[in-house]
Design a protein around this ligand. Structure first.
Ligand code: HEC
Ligand code: HEC
Ligand code: HEC
Length: 155
């Protein structure tokens, strides 16, 4: 059986993404989270193996590492001089590496992406979506996250 929620969440994420595109202020410091709080998808896999396999073969998993993305992205940045355009071209990591962006690195596309912490290279992952507690704004990654509180881990 397909994980119905991944289809649903893809739509939710994409429509949020369209809204996000318009507004590119940086994530505020109180929204920063310590990276150790994120639980690896491998841990969830221990009990949710079927969902893990579906996620592992998905573009959500590859959002940071997909070669099309990593090769295309730098071209968006090339030759720009307008500050707003540069900021927008640098903003790919907000959506494509969201765990990194909410924990401090990478904050922009031209950061050395090879230094991205391992867990953040895993893209749109279990504990990113499932730690969302509320939404402060409908653009620019306005999610209040409580990672590491996965229902089954909380006990
Ligand atoms: C030790 C085993 C175990 C681990 C590890 C685990 N889960 Fe679960 N999870 C369960 C069980 C058991 C249920 C309950 C299934 C049910 O209600 O049918 C569940 C339910 C859920 C639900 C549905 C909860 C609801 O209210 O309907 C979500 C979402 C979930 N887990 C996400 C995660 C995520 C994300 C991780 C990793 C951060 C994770 N789980 C790790 C065992 C686990
Ligand atoms: C606001 C969130 C957001 C931002 C910012 C963003 N993307 Fe994406 N990107 C998405 C979503 C969501 C998808 C999946 C869309 C789909 O499948 O229709 C996607 C898909 C892609 C894909 C195709 C899938 C893949 O990985 O090959 C490429 C390439 C891509 N984006 C490049 C970029 C580049 C380059 C930037 C920065 C200039 C960027 N994106 C900024 C949300 C975003
Ligand atoms: C893009 C966001 C996203 C990602 C990534 C994601 N989920 Fe989900 N997940 C959802 C949504 C949305 C639902 C549906 C909630 C509902 O239907 O009420 C869901 C539902 C679930 C459920 C309960 C319902 C079911 O279908 O069995 C479990 C368990 C679960 N996810 C575990 C995981 C695990 C484990 C991972 C990582 C391997 C993961 N999810 C990755 C968004 C996500």
């Amino acid at each position: 059986m397909r994980h119905p929620s991944l289809k649903l969440s893809g739509c939710v994420f994409f429509s949020t993404a369209v809204l996000l595109w318009g507004s590119m202020q940086p994530v505020s410091s109180e929204e920063m989270i310590h990276i150790d709080r994120f639980i690896s998808p491998e841990v969830c896999a221990g009990c949710h193996s079927e969902i893990f396999e579906q996620w592992e073969n998905s573009m959500h998993h590859l959002s940071h590492r997909d070669p099309v993305y990593t090769r295309v992205a730098p071209f968006f940045r090339q030759g720009l001089t307008d500050a707003g355009e540069i900021e927008e071209a640098e903003s790919c990591v907000k959506c494509h590496t969201p765990v990194g962006n909410r924990t401090g690195f990478p904050m922009k596309l031209s950061d050395d992406l090879s230094k991205t912490p391992e867990i953040a290279t895993l893209g749109i992952q279990c504990d990113y979506c499932h730690s969302a507690e509320s939404i402060t704004r409908i653009h620019n990654n306005g999610l209040v996250l409580k990672p590491g509180m996965g229902k089954m881990i909380r006990a």
